[in-house]
Design a protein around this ligand. Structure first.
Ligand code: F6R
Length: 268
């Protein structure tokens, strides 16, 4: 894993956006894996800015989101489709016909959504860059602790803790979903490159378990230790519990100088 510790959440977002831009410059038709959540909001803002400044275009890209609530209609502002439209798709030049979420239409059998989504990803040639956040409990997508490390897109029950964490986003009278359809861990691991953003001291424990803990289904993000191209962008507070921090900072300096001399490099 390449661990990059940055001075603020703002710099995390700006660096993340620059990494996306680097990919789009060499691969304008990249297939992007996208995520929702609070952490991603500032990344989307930076990407929108770059798009409006003419630095990057999404017109030839396609995208697959990690997850979608089950039981929340697509038109509902609480759906992840609505989040993506509002925060990103409607603000950039992406062709919305090429943006996909594992949504379950009214009346559709949710069990069928997963295999279809997997096929769609495969037909697109696979995800070039999967962008994601990290749950307080170490979840990635909605793969909660104890999820099979070999799982594929499927219906998943959210933990009571995740429902509680997300309750801040729902008013009391609103239906809050307890089920979601999420890419599986094996689906995520198929992405050619992964970019994970985590900020804030409440993520520090999950970050240390992901990076320095044992690979375990009890911390689904720890499986990323087995992926050969993962970049983790952290702010100071999210990095606070890392024991090996000095080495990550040292490595970052070496990589920066390699980049200057030879172009883009990757540290696994
Ligand atoms: C959302 C998703 C989740 C979030 C994670 C962090 O699509 O897949 O795994 O990335 O729960 O959410 P925030 O950024 O709100 O803390």
């Amino acid at each position: 894993m390449e661990i990059i510790i940055l001075k603020s959440a703002e710099v995390v977002a700006a660096t993340g956006a620059e990494l996306v831009a680097e990919l789009l410059r060499v691969r304008p038709n990249a297939v992007l894996g996208l995520a929702t959540g609070s952490t991603q909001l500032s990344l989307y803002r930076k990407l929108v800015e770059k798009n409006h400044a003419g630095e990057i275009s999404f017109s030839d890209t396609s995208s697959f989101n990690l997850d979608e609530y089950l039981g929340v209609a697509i038109g509902n502002p609480q759906s992840y489709r609505a989040y993506m439209d509002r925060e990103f798709f409607d603000r950039v030049d992406i062709n919305k016909d090429n943006t996909f979420l594992p949504s379950c239409e009214d009346g559709q059998n949710p069990v069928l959504v997963g295999p279809r989504y997997e096929n769609k990803i495969r037909e697109s040639g696979g995800i070039d860059l999967q962008i994601m956040g990290l749950g307080y409990n170490g979840h990635i997508g909605f793969n909660e602790p104890s999820s099979s490390l070999n799982s594929r897109t499927r219906v998943k029950t959210l933990t009571q803790q995740t429902v509680k964490d997300n309750s801040r986003l729902f008013s009391e009278s609103e239906f809050q979903p307890k089920l979601a359809i999420t890419m599986g861990i094996a689906t995520i691991m198929d992405a050619k490159k992964i970019l994970l953003l985590a900020t804030g001291d409440d993520k520090a424990k999950a970050v240390s378990e992901m990076v320095e803990g044992p690979v375990s289904a009890m911390c689904p993000a720890s499986v990323l230790q087995m992926h050969e191209r993962v970049t983790v962008l952290l702010d100071e507070t999210a990095a606070a519990r890392l024991r090996n921090r000095e080495y990550y900072e040292w490595t970052y300096l070496q990589n920066e100088s390699l980049k200057q001399r030879f172009g883009i490099v990757h540290e696994g």
